[in-house]
Design a protein around this ligand. Structure first.
Ligand code: UDP
Ligand code: MG
Length: 136
């Protein structure tokens, strides 16, 4: 079943640093996503720790939070039918080496940690991630 959904997308520091925001936004729009909201921010490490709390027991957690807070990011709310899954497909696998041809991570990702984009992985997580950045 298809449903209009919203999902949270982040263009991560490695991509913002290379000025890839417009190219990546264009990919979303070309693939039928509407960008409902966007803001360019830099977050504190403590905020990254909250955002990635689900990963707090993982060995990469500290580096991940350091990294997400290391420079400006572009946070967006994307909307489309089945946006969560559609965005995950368009992003490609977490490790750019495993990402399929034509995906954002295949095209722009540098490594598993510098993989250029974040996308919510479920409808429930999308709601809480959107609230995290846009509810004030
Ligand atoms: N990550 C990492 N090392 C790993 C696994 C993940 O640095 O071994 C980072 C990577 O940037 C990834 C983020 O942690 O995007 C969150 O991991 P997750 O498994 O949720 O991947 P995603 O949902 O981003 O594909
Ligand atoms: Mg994830």
């Amino acid at each position: 079943m298809s449903k209009i959904e919203q999902t949270l997308s982040i263009i991560k520091p490695d991509a913002v640093e290379r000025s890839l925001e417009n190219e990546i936004k264009e990919i979303f729009v070309t693939n039928g996503f509407s960008i409902l909201k966007e803001k360019k921010i830099q977050i504190e490490k403590s905020e990254a720790e909250k955002f990635y709390k689900v990963h707090e027991t993982k060995p990469f957690y500290n580096d991940l939070c350091e990294y997400l807070s290391s420079g400006p990011i572009l946070v967006m709310v994307l909307e489309k039918e089945n946006a969560v899954l559609g965005n995950r497909k368009l992003m490609g696998a977490t490790n750019p080496k495993d990402a399929e041809e034509g995906t954002i991570r295949k095209k722009y990702g540098i490594s598993i940690d510098k993989n250029s984009v974040h996308g919510s992985d479920s409808s429930d997580n999308a709601k809480s991630e959107i609230d995290f950045f846009f509810e004030d």
